[in-house]
Design a protein around this ligand. Structure first.
Ligand code: MG
Ligand code: ZN
Length: 350
């Protein structure tokens, strides 16, 4: 072996070592999935109605989250979204601001500061309370046009959701989409799949998307597959929040079929996230809910044909389950406040 070849093999070893330590040190990806209004009965009913099966059965740790807000045992999606996204309990209807009126950075924004790529997916509009908790600072969740304005100035890398009307059919006559020049705003799932842009937005509907029963498309698993593909194709780690938004709306409507069909749609996306985490091995998947809706109970029936009743048109204060898989999933066992979900996610990226 001459000096030259020794030198070359040393260099090669060094490169292998650098590459190895780099991949070991890469921050973990986080996939946070929120089933809005998805309490234990919604899960149980969806599972039995789905041939006694859910992707949640493969998760490694299960915890329970206390969902009360700062002013009520019964939270709304804004206060509980804010709790999980920013780690503070706040008043119902408030987004990203604590009960002393201080704006809070969300886990998505903290991830961005650390060089993560970020994504938001919802089966509601993108300005609805749950996704908005991750980017908006707004005293009322119902100020949709203000929330849209904040979103247009935010730097989420990838988003999919409804509600383009809050960007284009506004009281101030602005067309915010014309100001979002750094985005490739695609118009179909095919364009979404094809786009190679570094920032992509896909408005699925002008208004709130319809339910699965009323023909919503594309399905959440298809959207999730493409989104994870895109976010994981770059060197930097990613954070994505995926919401099954309309499980809650089924609860409000005391509509068992709607709860179950929305759960199944969400469940299929959970399966996609889980399969990705299994093969990637550097990903944490957390699936939880912001609260239970409908005081739903599962009174009988049989596999694939369950019988439910409801005792309210609103939310309830029962704890909701938290399922975790992958890196740091053990942090999510036990019983804790919903604000702890933020702390545990933060710990994972540090
Ligand atoms: Mg929601
Ligand atoms: Zn609700």
């Amino acid at each position: 072996m001459n000096i030259n070849s020794i030198f070359k093999s040393c260099l090669l070893l060094q490169l292998i070592f650098i590459n190895y330590s780099w991949s070991q040190n890469k921050s973990p990806n986080i996939i946070l999935m929120i089933g809005d209004g998805m309490g234990l009965t919604q899960i149980s009913s969806g599972m039995y109605a789905n041939g006694n099966s859910t992707a949640l059965e493969e998760f490694q740790y299960i915890g329970l989250s206390k969902t009360n807000s700062s002013n009520s045992l019964v939270t709304d999606s804004a206060a509980s979204g804010t709790a999980m996204a920013t780690g503070v309990k706040t008043l119902n209807k408030v987004l990203g601001i604590d009960s002393k009126n201080v704006s809070k950075k969300s886990i998505l924004e903290i991830c961005q500061d650390k060089g993560y790529r970020t994504g938001l997916i919802a089966t509601s509009s993108i300005v609805h309370a749950t996704p908005a908790s991750f980017y908006a600072k707004e005293i009322s969740r119902y100020n949709y046009e203000n929330i849209a304005f904040q979103f247009s100035n935010h730097s989420v890398d990838l988003f999919v959701g409804g509600g383009s009307k809050y960007f284009t059919a506004r009281k101030d006559k602005k067309n915010l989409l014309k100001e979002m020049l750094d985005y490739d705003l695609v118009r179909s799932i095919r364009e979404f799949e094809k786009s190679n842009a570094s920032k992509i937005g896909f408005f699925t509907y002008f208004d709130e998307p319809p339910s699965i029963i009323n023909g919503r498309s594309p399905n959440l698993d298809r959207i999730t597959t493409i989104a994870i593909n895109k976010l994981s194709s770059k060197d930097s780690p990613f954070f994505i929040m995926i919401e099954g938004s309309q499980i809650d709306w089924g609860g409000h409507g005391n509509d068992s079929n709607m709860v179950i069909s929305e759960f199944k749609d969400f469940n299929s996306a959970i399966k996609v996230a889980l399969e990705f985490a299994k093969s990637d091995k550097n990903t944490l998947v957390v699936v939880t809910a912001d609260h239970e809706t409908g005081g739903m109970s599962l009174n009988g029936g049989k596999i694939n044909r369950v019988f439910n009743t409801f005792n309210t048109k609103g939310h309830t204060a029962t704890m909701v389950p938290v399922f975790s898989y992958g890196l740091n999933s053990n942090l999510f066992k036990g019983i804790y406040e919903n604000t702890e979900i933020f702390e545990k996610l933060k710990k994972t990226i540090e």
